[in-house]
Design a protein around this ligand. Structure first.
Ligand SMILES: Nc1ncnc2c1ncn2[C@@H]1O[C@H](COP(=O)(O)OP(=O)(O)OP(=O)(O)O)[C@@H](O)[C@H]1O
Length: 434
């Protein structure tokens, strides 16, 4: 086989190499001399990093030489980046952590807001990586239910971080390999099941409060996390529902710093609405490198993420277990069935909100289950709708086959043996194993 073509890149200080790699391509990158980082995580010299289906920047503070093997769909060097302002932001947060350490107080609780595709997740990674590089142990709260940076899409999660974020897979590989590889990254996840907070704002609000309670309990017990603080990543929240969610979030997580990325009006509104209550509102510029991702790219990223959950990555392969399950051994649930009906179709006088957190039992069938990814609840009993909705997740399973006549299904799971929990959430996540 011929060696993939190689290309050398020399970067001056404070420049970045921006690349886009398609899903059917592999690109390897090696740092030869100098220093470089990917969203805050430093590259080691003379190690090959492999990327597939990624859009990213390799930034250098002091200059570096890189070699790249393989073909990117986009590749260019940029010498104008907002990285100095991002570093200054980190230094300001670090000052708050130092103060918290001196006074035995709380570190910064940062909320990052802005429209879609402005670099909120990338900035979260950078601020978290810089904190980790200073031996801090921050908590990453991911409220972006469309993306699922840390576990599957459709979840609200909180993850105490103690290890550096992976250069190749972001949060992905470490978090998803947790069930079997015993990684230190173990997200606490609640199941929401919709791509946007607007799809079921009542449920979203409920889970947001539940997650915030769990995070504050963790902060009470974990000294290092309390002093390091939290970073909250969000969906694009720029309309009235978004403003409501931001207000809920500020209250629930006692946010004291809001970073507004790339949106003047949102910054002005946040300053007007929240600065009086002692919250620092800071505006940061969007990086020119942030790429808009169309729905097909987002879908491919989602498939990649699901595959990684069950099969791991090339560096850390996993072998999922296949188990046969009787229909009657599990209870398949879904949320807010009623909310799918248009308001005009609801009985007169019935409030649409009533049904938004309604839990519906689903009759298993091939049509509904085949190729679905289901979230396994940690609940053992279903005492009330609210209680089961507010129970966190044990993990995910994938329905690979349905044997309708025998009333059984074959599922893939990351752990061997019987699946210990019987309440499984059905959302809109589908995956055809490739
Ligand atoms: N400087 C950069 N150079 C190249 N690509 C970048 C850069 N910054 C971010 N990206 C890429 O741009 C895409 C969008 O960035 P990101 O996910 O951080 O935005 P977001 O605001 O969190 O999006 P959303 O809220 O819509 O999910 C990602 O694929 C990310 O890796």
């Amino acid at each position: 086989m011929s060696k993939p073509e190689s290309q050398e890149w020399i970067l001056e200080e404070e420049n970045e190499l921006r690349i886009e790699v398609d899903f059917d391509t592999k690109v390897k990158l090696r740092l030869i001399t100098g220093t470089a980082e990917v969203f805050g995580t430093e590259l080691a010299q003379n190690i090959d990093y492999e990327f597939t289906g990624r859009k990213l920047a390799i930034f250098t503070w002091h200059g570096c030489k890189l070699v790249m093997y393989g073909k990117c769909s986009v590749e260019y060097i940029a010498n104008e980046t907002p990285m100095v302002s991002y570093l200054n932001m980190h230094l300001a947060l670090e000052q708050r952590r130092i103060l918290a350490t001196q006074n035995n107080g709380q570190g910064p609780r940062v909320l990052i807001v802005g429209p879609n595709d402005v670099g909120k997740t990338s900035l979260s990674k950078m601020l978290l990586s810089y904190a980790l590089r200073q031996n801090r142990h921050p908590i990453y709260v991911d409220l972006d239910c469309s993306e699922g940076s840390i576990t599957m899409p459709g979840c609200l999660t909180a993850t105490p971080l103690t290890e550096m974020i992976d250069v190749e897979e972001g949060f992905g590989s470490s978090a998803t390999s947790a069930p079997t590889a015993g990684s230190a990254v173990m997200p606490l996840a609640y199941y929401y099941g919709f791509p946007s907070p607007k799809d079921n704002s009542k449920l979203y609000g409920l889970l947001l409060s539940r997650l915030a309670q769990s995070v504050s309990r963790r902060l009470e017990e974990d000294d290092a996390a309390r002093k390091s603080g939290i970073v909250i990543d969000t969906n694009g929240l720029i309309d009235s529902t978004g403003y409501e969610i931001i207000a809920n979030c500020i209250k629930a997580f006692s946010v004291d710093v809001i970073i507004v990325l790339g949106h003047e009006r949102l910054y002005s509104d946040m300053t007007r609405l929240h600065q009086k209550s002692g919250v620092a509102v800071i505006k940061l510029a969007k990086s020119g490198g942030v790429v808009e991702r169309d729905s097909s790219f987002r879908r491919q990223t989602q498939n990649h993420k699901i595959r990684e959950y069950f099969y791991g990555t090339t560096k850390n392969e996993l072998a999922p277990y296949s188990t046969m399950i009787n229909y009657h051994d599990v209870e398949i649930l879904r949320v807010g069935e009623g909310s799918l009906a248009p308001s005009s179709a609801l009985p007169i006088g019935e409030d649409r909100k009533v049904s938004e957190t309604h839990v519906v039992k689903v009759d298993p069938s091939e049509h509904i289950l085949l190729h679905s990814v289901l979230a396994v609840s940690n609940a053992d009993k279903m005492k009330s709708e609210e209680e089961i909705l507010e129970t966190n997740l044990a993990g995910f399973i994938y329905v690979s086959e349905v044997h309708e006549a025998r009333k059984k299904m074959t599922v893939l799971s990351p752990c061997p043996g019987r699946i210990p929990k019987k309440y499984w959430w059905l959302g809109s996540l589908q995956w055809a194993e490739d």
